[in-house]
Design a protein around this ligand. Structure first.
Ligand SMILES: COc1cccc(CC(=N)NC(=O)c2cccnc2OC2CCNCC2)c1
Length: 389
């Protein structure tokens, strides 16, 4: 059937959706690590497993090239995610990461890298339980090897390697509906360079709108407006961790960040992640925080442009500054840094600013999933506090 693989997995099944009697929590219990399958799953004859050492320049370039040519495209196949090498190194080496979870498939005869899947460890709180999980991402099969049923065996292999570290849950997203989303987010875009977005077909000129009227509509101030708004620095890690933990505690599912995690995931890294604090000019207290990550897209066939520079809203905490003003400052900085578009999902409190700050709805949805963990019922996006890369 449509989900012949996922119907064999410990995930919420559509047929159980109405069964409110099933308990919330792990679907299958852990087993002793010694009882986990010790050897890798079998691949089709022509292929072999490889562990991708992302620190090695050549391997990192192979992973970069595979994703650049074969990873996720938008629904109209006009754009493809173009994660940079520095971004991949950041995304795949958080505190406590396992090299063994950076899994590739090579053609035995040529050693060509033709598929990839990754996991990174994360502590995710679900209601009042902090659960050690793997965040699974970057599942990619070369365009020429699709429908060879490689994805199921890659998912089973990353699951097996995660089990070997005594971790029994995972979190992942997909643009397609699988059994069974814990929530479904809509994505929204805020134009920063409307002329380019219309030229490349990302946006369309509004009805009764001219190009100059459109450019005026999206114009932003040259400078941020919040007093004390500045780049985050290492000395802010403790304060940002406190701010973020307090803020995320209100969501049903959210990361359980400690200072080590905040230092890795939220300290600015050029062309990878930008983060800002509001330091009160009077008290020097850190009162607010906002961040976005850099995920460009290749433009698949446009005569004038090859790349789209896109910022993706990450974690934002508005305690003293109005969220609208904080996020407008984030838009202003993204425009200063020459981003073409600022993307956001409708999770956390993002609804507050999406309409007010001239975001337009995207034409797709991003579904969130938990592996081997059942929720009694699906969440509203506003109950979700987890942003995956
Ligand atoms: C503009 O270029 C694109 C290239 C490929 C796909 C899409 C549409 C799309 N699927 N967008 C998202 O999934 C998306 C939209 C807003 C915010 N985060 C998102 O995805 C993130 C999180 C999941 N992993 C990919 C990046 C757009």
């Amino acid at each position: 059937s449509r989900h012949r693989f996922w119907e064999t997995q410990p995930v919420g099944q559509f047929k159980d959706a109405r069964d409110g009697s099933l308990p919330e929590g792990p679907i299958e219990p852990p087993i002793p690590v010694s009882a986990v399958k010790q050897e890798p799953y079998n691949l089709p004859a022509l292929y072999e497993w490889t562990t991708c050492d992302i620190d090695d320049d050549q391997t990192c370039a192979e992973v970069y090239n595979l994703l650049t040519n074969n990873y996720v495209e938008d629904d109209e196949n006009m754009f493809r995610f173009n994660y940079s090498k520095e971004f991949l190194r950041w995304a795949l080496r958080p505190p406590g990461y396992f090299k063994a979870w950076h899994i590739g498939v090579r053609v035995k005869a040529t050693k060509k890298l033709v598929a990839f899947i990754t996991g990174v460890p994360a502590r995710i709180r679900v209601r009042d339980e902090v659960v050690r999980m793997a965040e699974v991402n970057f599942l990619c099969v070369h365009k020429k090897l699709r429908s060879k049923r490689l994805a199921p065996v890659m998912i089973k292999e990353v699951t097996r390697r995660v089990h070997l570290e005594n971790i029994w849950q995972a979190a992942y997203t997909a643009g397609v509906v699988l059994p069974t989303p814990i929530t479904t987010c809509r994505y929204w875009h805020r134009s920063l360079n409307p002329k380019k977005l219309i030229d490349v077909g990302f946006s369309r000129l509004g009805a009764r709108m001219t190009m100059s009227r459109t450019i005026r509509l999206y114009k932003l101030p040259e400078a941020t407006v919040t007093p004390g708004f500045r780049k985050m620095e290492l000395r802010d890690v403790a304060a940002v961790t406190r701010l973020l933990r307090d803020y995320l505690s209100q969501f049903v599912v959210a990361p359980d960040f400690d200072e080590n995690d905040v230092e890795h995931w939220l300290l600015p890294l050029e062309n990878v992640v930008d983060s800002f604090v509001v330091e009160s000019p009077e008290t020097h207290e850190v009162t607010d925080f906002c961040s976005f990550y850099s995920l460009p897209s290749s433009i698949l066939n446009n005569p004038n442009y090859s790349g789209l520079k896109a910022a993706y809203s990450y974690y934002n905490v508005a305690m003293r500054t109005p969220l609208l003003q904080l996020m407008n400052d984030a838009l202003i900085v993204a425009k200063q840094k020459d981003y073409d578009v600022f993307n956001a999902l409708d999770l956390m409190h993002n609804e507050v600013f999406l309409k007010e700050l001239k975001f337009g709805p995207g034409d797709g949805q991003l579904h969130y999933y938990l592996y081997n963990y059942r929720l009694r019922s699906a969440l509203q996006p506003s109950e979700l506090g987890l942003v995956l890369l």
